[in-house]
Design a protein around this ligand. Structure first.
Ligand SMILES: Cc1ncc(COP(=O)(O)O)c(C=O)c1O
Length: 463
């Protein structure tokens, strides 16, 4: 195996090329090893899967840890402090998504959890598009123990405008309690106009749920301003990877729906022959809540909300434009688009490289350039089939911690791939592409940490 001759920045180089991240994130400069023995700063282009923690979030969690104690049940001083921290965080999270006065914020694990929770509360049929992440598809089609008649899965149209028409038509044909749509596609970053969706759903007597997993971390969003009834999102995609997410929206369904978790904290009174449940949010939050997760998510919400108006959008728009322009200029690269008329797509861009196996290209990007992207079908199999890439694709995604250099490195690496091909040799091992005789240190937990630290690249922190 010959060593790559490509030139990439080293951790000892001036950090000027990384200054254009909008906010500091933990691990923004984490060194990773390459197959040629060098180390480079990790180019994290996988924010859509899980984003790194904001430094302010990590600091807040560290600050709160000494105050951590049992929540809701303890009479001790720190229990009361922890309870206050948890409930204040709930309010901050609700405020961040523009909750109305009587909306409820349920603290959950992530978007998948939030959508499964709501599936137990919707008093009627659900209309969903075929372009959704599985998290916003499977809970609806399987929410009655496999009875697919509970939901209609509508094929999205070739444009956003056509898709709105299809939704409008279907809502005149059937009676639906809920329309549920992604706020931004986890494959293309594109979206339907939310205000128009709310009007279409409400005109038909239905409510609107927005899967905010890819929207909320990247665009200002307000339930009260948009008229959207529910929003679900994940802390780990919102720069707060501490295990919490949220479902925020109208109280009545959440007060009456099936308690999501049965257990302590969700009940008012239990006898052996009957149970009296609490109203929401406690109704759905049985068991000991994730106080630190909620605190972390609230801290991320506060920092994002404090950004100067337009800064978040401007940063991500610039990165997305550079990404799409760069990819489009590489012969054989096809950028996947769902709706050509989509306004304001977020920084999530999927693409194919000729007929090349996306897993192989992703392995090359990692091993020879220190770039992290996603490959596969992105938990959106129907959408990938619709886009004609049943074998999967590659996805690059950005966020507040992404420097322009990461995008430029990806483009340079793909140019090198299409002109020279890989320098190392690869094979499929246990279903994944891997470097044959990979000289890089193992990635089995502590091994990887020790190895990068031993390379003299400074401390390795949460990444
Ligand atoms: C649009 C969308 N919805 C839902 C999910 C599920 O999110 P989580 O894995 O945090 O539950 C994802 C995750 O990638 C997503 O991108």
């Amino acid at each position: 195996m010959s060593a790559p001759t490509v030139s990439v920045p080293t951790p000892s180089a001036p950090a000027a090329d990384r200054l254009d991240a909008l906010l500091p994130v933990v691990g923004g400069d984490t060194p990773v090893p390459l197959v040629d023995g060098r180390t480079v700063s990790y180019a994290n282009l996988d924010y859509a899967a899980s984003a790194p923690a904001l430094e302010s979030v990590a600091a807040r969690v560290t600050e709160v840890l000494p105050l951590y104690a049992s929540v809701h049940r303890g009479a001790g001083y720190l229990s009361q402090v922890s309870t206050a921290l948890y409930e204040t965080s709930r309010q901050t999270i609700a405020r961040f998504v523009g909750a109305r006065q009587d909306d409820v914020a349920v603290i959950v694990r992530n978007t998948t959890d939030a959508l499964n929770l709501l599936a137990g509360c919707v008093p009627g049929r659900v209309l969903v598009l075929d372009c959704e992440h599985h998290a916003n598809l499977l809970p609806w089609v399987h929410s009655t123990g496999g009875d697919d008649r509970r939901a209609t899965v509508l094929a999205s149209g070739p444009t956003a405008a056509a898709t709105l028409d299809l939704l409008r038509d279907e809502l005149t044909r059937g009676t639906y309690a809920l329309v549920t749509v992604t706020g931004a596609s986890n494959v293309t970053g594109e979206s339907l106009p939310i205000d128009a969706l709310a009007t279409i759903a409400h005109d038909a007597g239905a409510r609107l749920l927005i899967d905010g997993a890819q929207l909320v971390p990247h665009r200002p969003f307000s339930l009260s301003e948009s008229g959207v009834d529910y929003v679900a999102f994940s802390g780990h995609k919102t720069y707060a990877p501490f295990g919490a997410g949220a479902l925020v929206g109208r109280r009545d369904w959440l007060d009456q729906g099936t308690p999501y978790l049965a257990g302590g904290g969700a009940v008012r009174d239990v006898r052996t022959d009957r149970t009296l449940w609490q109203p929401a949010p406690a109704r759905h939050e049985a068991g000991s809540p994730n106080v630190l997760g909620a605190v972390a998510l609230a801290a991320a919400c506060e920092e994002l909300a404090a950004l100067p108006a337009g800064a978040l959008v401007a940063h991500e728009d610039a990165l997305r434009e550079r990404l799409v322009d760069g990819l489009s200029a590489i012969p054989g690269v096809r950028v996947l688009r769902l709706w050509s008329d989509s306004a304001d797509p977020v920084g999530v861009v999927s693409f194919s490289v000729g007929e090349d196996d996306p897993g192989l290209v992703a392995a090359y990007l990692s091993a020879e350039w220190g770039i992290g992207v996603r490959d596969g079908r992105f938990c959106a199999h129907p959408l990938l089939a619709r886009l004609g890439v049943t074998g999967g694709a590659l996805r690059a995604s950005v966020g507040v911690g992404t420097p322009v250099e990461a995008v430029d490195r990806l483009i340079e690496a793909l140019h090198a791939w299409t002109t020279d091909g890989p320098r190392a040799e690869y094979d499929v091992v246990d279903g994944c592409w891997a470097v044959i005789g990979d000289p890089r240190p193992g990635v089995d937990g502590i091994d990887a940490l020790a190895a990068t630290a031993a390379a003299g690249c400074g401390p390795v922190v949460d990444d």
